[in-house]
Write a protein that binds this ligand. Structure first.
Ligand SMILES: [Zn+2]
Ligand SMILES: [Zn+2]
Length: 343
């Protein structure tokens, strides 16, 4: 089969590999769409150490079942499906509590690190354990289903955020996860949602996707603006989806006393936290990692158009365009969000 291979860091190549074997509990999926994730770009240049070459990356995919293993009862050839990129063990302390995202033996498709290598979905075929496979609603297109990982990250984070009906929320960062977080918070009943970014094009998209107010942090005192909208009090909740000192501090400064901040962004390993402001104002801080159990709800939200992903798709391209798209995204192609490859 044809694959897009990370041959060495900074070098993607179209290659041929044998079709993966279908184990007794696996389904073999003919991949129809696979998104390039930000983490793939960071894997491409070797900065994360999570894509040790040679590796076929790609963990945000959808396709059609080609073949099923002997123990597979609920799926058959021809089913349109997507799958969770995280393969959890099902047996550890965390899995048994229903927190599969925190699994001690978690593996992610399309990752190779010190502990394991699992080829991903920038390929014509991928074999996936049946427990992580979900049928697509008829109305849901493959390229939209391939966005489900990002959607589930936002839905999971919104689910961890203590929202009351009519709350005012601030979302700092209006990239892909931020734009999905805005939509998720609106679905959870937030009244006012203030989108913050430093890019006006993204803020315009945020407004189209449900933000009631937008603020460009480069030319606006965001906390003062938020206080102005909330009777001087500050927002009830905030979500940070960048992962750096400045945006975390902005999010905290926007909150009212007793407010809650959900941290999703994690581009910096460490940040400077205004400790006294958190403690003396009794702010709740929650980290949110990946997702756990949200896929069925996300499929329904996508199929009904309750969460819109089409505006986040920058391009759909054949696998052969993969190498050039990796370079363009690595070089920070202006206004690029999600690129979907179609093997
Ligand atoms: Zn991803
Ligand atoms: Zn586990």
């Amino acid at each position: 089969m044809n694959v897009l291979l990370l041959k060495k860091y900074m070098e993607m190549e179209l290659a041929e590999m044998p079709k993966p074997a279908t184990g007794p509990d696996d389904v073999l999926v003919r991949v129809k769409a696979c998104g390039i994730c930000g983490s793939d770009i960071h894997g491409f240049d070797g900065s994360t150490g999570r894509r040790i070459p040679p590796i076929v990356m790609g963990h945000e995919a959808a396709g059609v079942i080609e073949e099923t293993g002997a123990n597979v009862k609920d799926f058959r050839a021809g089913d349109r499906v997507t799958f969770d990129s995280t393969v959890s063990c099902g047996d550890c302390f965390f899995c048994r509590r229903g927190e599969s995202n925190l699994c001690d033996h978690r593996q992610v498709l399309g990752i190779s690190c010190e502990d394991y290598r699992r080829h991903g979905a920038f390929a014509e075929y991928i074999s996936v354990p049946q427990n992580f496979v979900y049928k697509l609603p008829d109305a849901l297109r493959f390229e939209h289903a391939a966005m489900i990982e990002a959607v589930s990250v936002a839905v999971h984070a919104a689910g961890l955020t203590p929202v009351a009906l009519g709350d005012t929320a601030v979302v700092v960062g209006s990239g892909m996860i931020g734009l999905l977080a805005i939509q998720s918070l609106r679905l959870r009943g937030c009244g006012r949602i203030i989108a913050v970014d430093i890019d006006d094009a993204r803020l315009k998209l945020a407004a189209e996707l449900g933000a009631t107010n937008v603020a460009n942090a480069q030319n606006c005192d965001v906390p003062a603006h938020v206080r102005g909208l909330t009777g001087g009090r500050g927002a009830d909740i905030a979500m940070e989806v960048v992962g750096a000192t400045q945006p975390v501090q902005t999010a905290l400064a926007c909150l009212r006393k007793g407010g809650a901040l959900t941290l999703v962004g994690n581009s910096s390993p460490n940040i400077e936290l205004p400790l006294q402001s958190v403690v003396t104002r009794q702010i709740k801080l929650t980290g949110s990692c990946a997702s756990s159990g949200e896929y069925p709800a996300c499929l329904d939200l996508l199929a009904r158009g309750a969460i819109r992903v089409e505006p986040l798709i920058t391009a759909k391209a054949p696998l052969t365009d993969g190498p050039s798209w990796f370079h363009r995204l690595y070089n920070r192609e202006p206004n690029a969000m999600k690129v979907i490859l179609e093997p």
